[in-house]
Design a protein around this ligand. Structure first.
Ligand code: 9YW
Length: 450
């Protein structure tokens, strides 16, 4: 357990404590997402964790990605959860997903979920290779060899996304569940979830998350509501009935969204991996650049005049424009002309977003405080999430917006100096919310402080 320090930590104290948290969550070949609430491996968490670990040990960072990729499906899909052997009571657990039982593409040696999460793994690979530059020659050589060995799996993952998740080549990644976006209960998904209606007689299962959170002193008000959760569970049931077959899923699911943030992250990951391919003489660079171009066009095609992006309901083509953090996707994908990029950065720093005068830290909230859907404590409906802050800092730096990037970086480091590495933060009180000692929060701290 990690308790609050009496005063704000210095930068080196924060980094040391972050490394300690990651070590505490290390189960050998994987790092659990959080000790109590999330006692398994999550896909995009693993990528962030690998970026953080790269600052401590490139070898251990690669192990994280290797463990994740060893659970890859035959289709190339990288599952959103890889279950540890422990009987943790997390729901939906392996029995509920029943992937191995109903789908021949699921791996046999390990239990996984049947969903994806945003593909930020290529970003982690790039950063591990960069971190290895200052390592001893032997370590660098090992890093190169291990990246070479995981390359076919990485290419297969990107091919899966570009084909099965974008069969019509719109340049938007289709998601089958809000969980796939990583932003589970974001107001982005309110309208599409209205069409998700559990069949009569569907009995929702026990919510393990509320029990785990209350043990930590957290409240149900910080988590998705029961009504939302029943829909999440029903979608898992629909997917299981489709036997996790993509073609069937596209025809039968009651939720199919073109996710603009996932698509933007996919653009960036393709570009990062293409540079790795060039540097190490690996195959696929042109293919990856082709994917990046297609999905960048897809992202930009959803933008309004100020460059703010939207999701698309693929069941009927409706453009779903909500004031959530996903609207800033073009800062990650790139491609806006300078005037629209400026306008978007100004919007990000405005009082409707980071610059709200009541915020303790001028950091991006998951939903705009100017929106009627904003809720400062409820999960993805308002709180500030350090990994999202990291993504925007990274995107701003890539876009040449150094000043804004610097401001967010300083504010993020100040937020993390509470030494608790909470899952998310209350924008108006600065209070830590959700899990403590959350791995990806600690990983982000390590990277920002390196
Ligand atoms: C859940 C692990 C995961 C993140 C997601 C976040 C949350 C899990 O935690 O989902 O059970 O609701 O929404 O993005 O990967 O940190």
């Amino acid at each position: 357990p990690i308790s609050a320090p009496a005063a704000k930590l210095t930068r080196s104290q924060t980094a040391a404590r972050a490394a300690y948290v990651l070590a505490g969550n290390d189960r050998g070949r994987l790092t659990v997402a959080a000790p109590h609430l999330y006692p398994h491996m999550w896909s995009w968490d693993a990528a962030f964790i690998a970026m953080g670990l790269a600052r401590v040990s490139t070898r251990r960072a690669l192990t994280e990605l290797e463990t994740l990729l060893s659970a890859q499906w035959r289709t190339g899909m990288v599952p959103h959860i890889v279950f540890t052997d422990d009987e943790t009571g997390y729901e939906p657990g392996p029995r509920r997903w029943a992937c191995r039982e109903v789908c021949p593409d699921a791996p046999g040696h390990v239990a996984t979920s049947g969903l994806i999460q945003p593909p930020v793994h290529g970003v982690a690979v790039r950063r591990i290779l960069d971190a290895a530059r200052i390592a001893a020659a032997g370590e660098r050589q090992e890093v190169v060899e291990r990246i070479r060995a995981m390359w076919p799996a990485l290419l297969a993952w990107h091919r899966y996304l570009a084909t099965r998740r974008d069969p019509e080549e719109r340049g938007l990644v289709t998601i089958y569940h809000g969980w796939e976006s990583g932003l589970d209960n974001s107001p982005r998904w309110d309208a599409p979830y209205a069409a998700v209606i559990p069949a009569p007689g569907f009995v929702p299962f026990r919510r393990a998350d509320l029990h785990a959170l209350s043990a930590l002193g957290g409240a149900a008000a910080q988590r998705p509501s029961d009504a939302d959760y029943t829909k999440y569970q029903w979608l898992v049931e629909e997917l299981r009935r489709a036997r996790y077959d993509d073609e069937r899923a596209h025809r039968t699911l009651s939720f199919r969204m073109g996710d603009v943030l996932t698509s933007a992250l996919f653009v960036a990951a393709n570009e990062e991996l293409a540079t790795v391919a060039d540097e190490l003489g690996l195959p696929g660079a042109d293919e990856l650049i082709g994917y990046a171009d297609r999905f960048r066009r897809g992202v930009l095609g959803t933008c309004d005049e100020s460059g703010f992006a939207a999701d698309v309901d693929l069941r009927d083509g409706t453009v779903v424009r909500t004031p959530t953090i996903a609207g800033f996707a073009p800062l990650v994908s790139g491609g806006l002309d300078a005037a629209r990029r400026r306008a978007l950065v100004e919007r990000l720093m405005s009082a409707d977003w980071c610059g709200h005068p009541g915020f303790v830290h001028a950091l991006p909230p998951s939903t705009s405080p100017a929106s009627p859907d904003f809720d400062p404590v409820r999960y993805w409906r308002g709180p500030q999430w350090p990994p999202m802050t990291w993504l925007l800092i990274w995107g701003l730096e890539r876009s040449g917006e150094q000043e804004a990037a610097h401001m967010l970086r300083e504010a993020a480091i100040d937020q993390l100096a509470d030494g608790l590495f909470a899952e998310y933060y209350h924008p108006f009180t600065g209070e830590p919310l959700g899990a403590r000692a959350q791995s990806w929060t600690a990983a982000v701290a390590l990277d920002l402080l390196a």
